[in-house]
Design a protein around this ligand. Structure first.
Ligand code: SF4
Length: 240
């Protein structure tokens, strides 16, 4: 299957009206790259729903980088309570707001390097801002994207950065900005980290991971059947 067909099949498997990631929701509601940046920081180890709620509460009170830059850390922590590590994240988002206010006059920078130079901003977060906040072409690679691409054997990589580079080679640039949203939603609903729903997956026929778990299951079954037969034969022997 061609990579673009894989993307289409994943989208087809996701039910319509199911909604998207927290970042897509924040962008749709606030139309603000700074909000997307802050939401991405808040989203680490946090469920989508909690991320969206915390971001909306925070931006209900502090609307710009300049406002957040001079906010009280305790107040920010209370507003984002519910996301993982909310106290540390309160400090982090204020730090980002200060840097953006000081260096960029409150505007979110538009390059990967400038974004990654901000405090508490790594590669995945920077790429998320490019895609979701600024509408640019990039492929943010999180745990879902890395896992699914390797399970399907579209890539064979050890690190998210290698996955990002390979996916940028494989997918046409016009599809880059769809990769994260589609893979992440597919990873949450179908190709889950534990207990993937292979039975409802349109990619079952071309999935290396599925082939490998099927083989393991078959081998286990054969072993069990062999053991039962041996046992029956043994019992027969005893009876004689
Ligand atoms: S067949 Fe299973 S492991 Fe493979 S992509 Fe689909 S859900 Fe994931």
């Amino acid at each position: 299957m061609e990579p673009v067909e894989i993307l289409r099949a994943m989208k087809g498997a996701l039910e319509e009206g199911e909604g998207g990631t927290a970042l897509a929701a924040v962008e749709e509601r606030l139309r603000d790259p700074f909000a997307v940046l802050i939401a991405t920081v808040l989203s680490h180890r946090t469920k989508d729903e909690k991320t969206s709620e915390a971001t909306m509460r925070l931006f209900g009170k502090f609307r710009t980088a300049q406002e957040l830059a001079s906010a009280d850390e305790g107040e920010v922590a209370e507003l984002i309570r519910g996301v993982g590590f909310y106290r540390n994240k309160a400090r982090a988002v204020i730090g980002i707001a200060r840097e953006i206010s000081k260096k960029y006059g409150g505007e979110v920078p538009r390059t990967l390097k400038e974004l990654m130079d901000l405090p508490s901003v790594g590669r995945k977060t920077a790429n998320c801002v490019l895609v979701y906040g600024l509408g640019m072409e990039a492929i943010p690679v999180d745990t879902h994207v890395h896992r699914i691409a390797n399970r399907l054997w579209i890539v064979e990589t050890k690190t998210p950065e290698d996955t990002e580079n390979r996916l940028m080679e494989i997918f046409p640039k016009s599809a880059w900005s769809e990769v994260n949203e589609t893979f992440v939603m597919f990873g949450k609903k179908i190709c889950r980290p534990v207990g993937p729903r292979c039975g409802s997956c349109p990619l079952m026929g071309s999935c290396r991971h599925y082939r490998s778990i099927s083989k393991q299951a078959e081998a286990k079954k054969e072993k069990q059947t062999g053991r039962i037969e041996q046992k029956v034969m043994g019992m027969d022997g005893e009876e004689c």
